[in-house]
Design a protein around this ligand. Sequence first.
Ligand code: EPS
Length: 390
Amino acid sequence: MRYLTSGESHGPQLTTIIEGLPAGMPLEAEDINEDLARRQKGYGRGRRMQIEKDRVSIVGGVRHGYTLGSPLGLVVENKDWTHWTKVMGIEPLSPGEEDEVKRKISRPRPGHADLVGGMKYGHRDLRNVLERSSARETTVRVAAGSVAKKLLNLLGIEVVGYVLEIGGIKAENIKYDSINDLKERSEKSPVRCLDNEAADKMMNLIDEAKQNGDSIGGVVEVIVEGMPQGVGSYVHYDRKLDAKLARAIMSINAFKGVEFGLGFEMARKPGSEVHDEILWSEEKGYYRRTNRLGGFEGGMTTGMPIHIKGVMKPIPTLYKPLQSVDIDTKEPFKASIERSDSCAVPAASVVAEAVVAWELAEAIADQFNSDQFEKLQRDVENLRNESKEF
Ligand code: EPS
């Protein structure tokens, strides 16, 4: 499977085309809309989210509620576009109109793609960079991930993203009875965090950051349960599934690091406290009592839950002045103007969930014959049974 996205933050719409989905999989727009709404929520979002009401239109690849096996076309409109038709217009400008185009940007924000993106593509108006590098694009990545999640759910695989840390405040004693419990409780929290006390502190810190014109980052975790054993491969660097997941997490706007299981703690422990001992029982087949490696050995799923964390830096669009240089005058300046979120970590946990779901669905579709959904279901079930008896 593969997908591409198109669209600018203040352009008319965001689009994605997904290729390689099996035919015969149930799919409705509402499945996707639920995740789009989850991404829009979260304490710390800016005013833009009050303008947008993200809803998907399925424009190809589905008939009467089932996928056709043909490319799936998804579109999400930008409601804000009505305010930007002139600035972001598609048609060429008439002579003399160039000077009338407002909101030209010549002041790159430190930490954003503005300056280097401008140099690379030769854009003297840095809006041409900002519009595409904006996290608005994650809307359709969530839409694609939502389709992937639907496929995984139907194969008995659950994926949930939630927040572990914001601005240095860590959730303590994270306990949940089941992955559904994790899902429901994180859904109820405005910062998608399971520790209510920490969540209150996080929200206070977000208020503080907003008042100071600053921004804060954090850590999100994605948990996956139900993956069959042996998805991915050890034979080549580009077939290792944990590596693909790491890349997917790193591709989310503002993400700067990834950990599996114990993560960087592994560097501080002996091997006997890192590796997960192998056991077997008639009922479970092969299993582990611990899951310190976070669900992977040799680039392949072990059948244990996948635990993957991602770190998000504070959003670089600040009201608080940071030193930069105007590319037209080369004069230093100390100000920023773009409206922004003060913290997008809760939303980013939904994006992380989506990109992880995508990689897993793609790995499954690649490993099995995935033309027909029912056959795929049977093959995955067979693999589960075979692994038990191995
Ligand atoms: C973003 C800036 C803000 C955010 C945006 C990401 O948008 P605007 O420039 O319109 O105020 O709201 O996020 C989204 C629009 C979104 O849907 O998540 C940026 O510069 O990255």
